[in-house]
Design a binder for this molecule. Structure first.
Ligand SMILES: Nc1ncnc2c1ncn2[C@@H]1O[C@H](COP(=O)(O)OP(=O)(O)OP(=O)(O)O)[C@@H](O)[C@H]1O
Length: 690
């Protein structure tokens, strides 16, 4: 229940926000945030019965349009150029946040929004410009398509046969909106000879399909406009491949849309014939047209079978990881297997010392705790076999997707020996973090591990390496994210991302969440602090506190920063161990050079190495690596240009001291002595070093 005070606060916030977004001084990003905040407030007010449904609907529509116009505008001065999530995703987010709230947007009326129509036009143009001449092999079951979508019965294109009707008819599906799209989902089979097909297994709520992506899909390819025809010499070509974003669906479920926030990153998908026929039959058996079958109705041929077999949705991957992690590994896998198992750092960890730990995924035959068997969140017809942790059900699938594919680290293993120098930090970390993570049964009570540590120091000194190493050595899953991307990449969604990240980490624990540039997330509060940044920071601190107070959670947050002085008090207090990662000393620099050169054809004598070490005083680890790279190019540069085509690798001369000498001319230390002083001072005041 709202108190008068909180209502008043709300009102003044509202007014303040309104003033901010209507003033001329705001950037498009700030305006978008402002509108978004207004939308949140409308939702909040409606959920608390402060405003009527009619009022909420009208207000929401108004602000949603404004928000959409900014984020999807092509104008770089007034819009974010489709930088953030689109309006419909926003609508769905609101639905997630409140049971009471219902978006006024529906699949039918959303097409009437001016901004959406403009967006679709822009998308059509973009799609047309992307179309490249290529073979396309599209087979549509005429029987099915005719029965469901008469307008699409012509969708039968083989090889390079160009049929403008195809594009004309398929483009109708955009302009005709969801009905056609739903019908399209019933198409039995589409085959593309071009191997790039983006998977679309998932389905979104009516209000949230990414409209800005619609015109950009090969599935609903738009017709070539007159202009484009002219540009392409008058000939009309089908697109070279079919790309279906996962958001391209209109249904009431949602799961795992891929890359919706990042159009550049799409997953390639090739379904096998078997899979296709299975899914096809299941989709045919279903009386309801199900959009979740779209991707499986696409049968990619040609190369890429490797990807075909390897592709999993994030949810499937999560399930597989969890299975591996908690059920299928009777023995602790040697640490060296860390990077051997794709997509899952820490997979293969035994439960030996973690006897008390309750796995996030229940057993298939029921559950470990005697509770009911979990249902997969957002389970569609094709997904019922993937029970996923209950905790994930309130997390947006697209965020899980992002976390699994972009934030969860899948890189090679890192050992302590890979990190030169920083002996004190390494010893401390082993003692306070790695051992407790390995033996939580011993490290209890006062010996319990800290939940947050801070690695600070100049850039390129191995902070990220250390973060990875912690995860690797403790058998934990490693999540790595840059704090600045939280504040910039997911405009208005940062705090949700933080929440999602911790939730997924909880399901994958033990987990290490590495946050690079943590200063940009936890900087001192100031008047100029943006509201969205403040929300992200608050959410982060809440999550960190949650991890700290819960004895069950075995999550370690490792923050890294080059600007420790900018971290505010509250955050500093929570990152209890603050370790200085300085520039490498002479011995560490030598180690880096020796290690890197040992993998190359090199003829450096011991005294030459010493000389290099001496000359590289003030270099960071990254600078040393760059120096070695540069030197390694020396032998290639000394080749005559003709030789490069014919020379064998053995004929390339070894790297010599002269190459290093030359490399020193172009590679300089990246850290100034003034900066170093700053770190030293901060270390004296707040660091936990000796
Ligand atoms: N101590 C080190 N030992 C070996 N290699 C190092 C070391 N420090 C840095 N490097 C090299 O530099 C690269 C960059 O290091 P890393 O990303 O860990 O630095 P960082 O401190 O996290 O940098 P930033 O603060 O810029 O994020 C590493 O991949 C590695 O090749």
């Amino acid at each position: 229940m709202q108190t008068p005070v909180s209502s008043a606060v709300h009102l003044s916030e509202w007014q303040k926000n309104y003033f901010a977004i209507t003033s001329d001084t705001c950037t498009p990003g700030q305006k978008a945030d402002g509108y978004r905040a207004q939308i949140l407030r409308i939702q909040y007010a409606w959920a608390n019965s402060e405003i009527s449904q009619v009022c909420a609907t009208n207000l929401f529509k108004k602000y949603a349009e404004k928000y959409s116009a900014i984020i999807d505008s092509d104008n770089t001065e007034t819009g974010l150029n489709n930088y953030a999530e689109n309006i419909l995703t926003l609508a769905r987010c609101q639905q997630n946040d409140s049971d009471k709230w219902q978006s006024s947007l529906t699949t039918s009326n959303v097409f009437e929004l001016k901004s959406v129509q403009e967006l679709m036009q822009a998308g059509k143009k973009f799609q047309s410009s992307l179309m490249a001449p290529a073979d396309a092999f599209v087979v549509v079951d005429k029987e099915v398509s005719a029965s469901v979508t008469p307008g699409l019965s012509k969708l039968n294109v083989c090889s390079s046969a160009v049929d403008t009707d195809l594009w004309a008819s398929s483009s109708k599906c955009i302009s005709q909106g969801p009905d056609i799209l739903e019908s399209l989902s019933s198409l039995k089979c589409l085959q593309s000879s071009v191997p790039s097909v983006t998977k679309t297994t998932d389905i979104l709520p009516a209000s949230s399909a990414s409209l800005n992506e619609l015109p950009n899909t090969g599935f609903c390819a738009s017709p070539l406009s007159g202009n484009n025809k002219a540009a392409s010499g008058g000939s009309v070509k089908p697109p070279s491949h079919f790309e279906i974003r996962q958001n391209l669906s209109f249904s009431n479920h949602s799961s795992l849309p891929a890359g919706s926030g990042n159009p550049g990153k799409r997953k390639t998908f090739y379904s096998s014939s078997d899979e296709s026929s299975n899914t096809t039959s299941s989709s045919l058996a279903s009386s309801k047209p199900s959009t979740s079958t779209e991707a499986k109705n696409f049968v990619g041929s040609g190369n890429g079978s490797e990807e075909s077999n390897g592709f999993k949705t994030a949810k499937e991957q999560l399930w597989v990881d969890q299975q591996k992690k908690y059920h299928n590994q009777p023995q602790r896998t040697p640490v060296s297997s860390y990077g051997g198992i794709k997509k899952s750092l820490g997979a293969g960890r035994s439960r030996g010392p973690f006897g008390k730990f309750v796995p996030p995924v229940p057993r298939q035959d029921g559950n470990e705790n005697g509770g009911p068997q979990y249902k997969p969140y957002g389970a569609g017809p094709t997904e019922s076999s993937f029970p996923v942790d209950e905790r994930l059900k309130n997390i947006e699938p697209k965020m899980i997707e992002l976390i699994m594919h972009e934030i969860m680290d899948h890189g090679p293993p890192v050992n302590w020996d890979d990190i030169a120098g920083v002996d004190f930090a390494k010893a401390t970390i082993k003692e306070i973090v790695v051992w407790p993570m390995l033996r939580p049964d011993i490290f209890t009570g006062l010996r319990g591990p800290p939940k947050g540590i801070l690695l600070f120091g100049p850039p390129g000194t191995g902070k990220t390496l250390i973060g990875k190493c912690i995860a690797c050595q403790s058998g934990a899953t490693f999540f790595s994210i840059s704090a600045s991307s939280l504040t910039s990449k997911w405009v208005g969604e940062g705090e949700k991302m933080v929440r999602a990240l911790f939730t997924v980490a909880r399901c994958q624990q033990p987990a290490v969440i590495f946050i690079d540039e943590i200063d940009s997330l936890l900087s001192q509060r100031g008047d100029g602090e943006h509201e969205s940044s403040r929300r992200i920071k608050t959410e982060f601190l809440v999550q960190l506190d949650g991890a700290t107070t819960s004895s069950e959670d075995r999550i370690l947050v490792v923050g890294a920063t080059n600007r420790p002085q900018e971290i505010d008090e509250a955050a500093r207090r929570r990152l209890v161990k603050r370790l200085y990662i300085p520039l490498p000393e002479a011995s560490a620099r030598k180690q880096i050079v020796t290690r890197l050169m040992s993998k190359e054809h090199c003829c450096l004598r011991e005294e030459e190495v010493e000389l290099i070490v001496k000359k590289s005083d003030g270099f960071s680890g990254a600078d040393m690596t760059q120096l070695c790279r540069e030197a390694s190019l020396g032998p290639i540069r000394s080749l005559q240009s003709l030789d490069i085509a014919t020379i064998t690798p053995e004929q390339v001369r070894p790297i010599s001291f002269l190459d290093f000498d030359n490399a020193f001319k172009t590679v300089r230390p990246s850290v100034s002595s003034k900066d170093l002083e700053l770190y030293e001072n901060w270390n004296q005041t707040f660091g936990c070093g000796r």
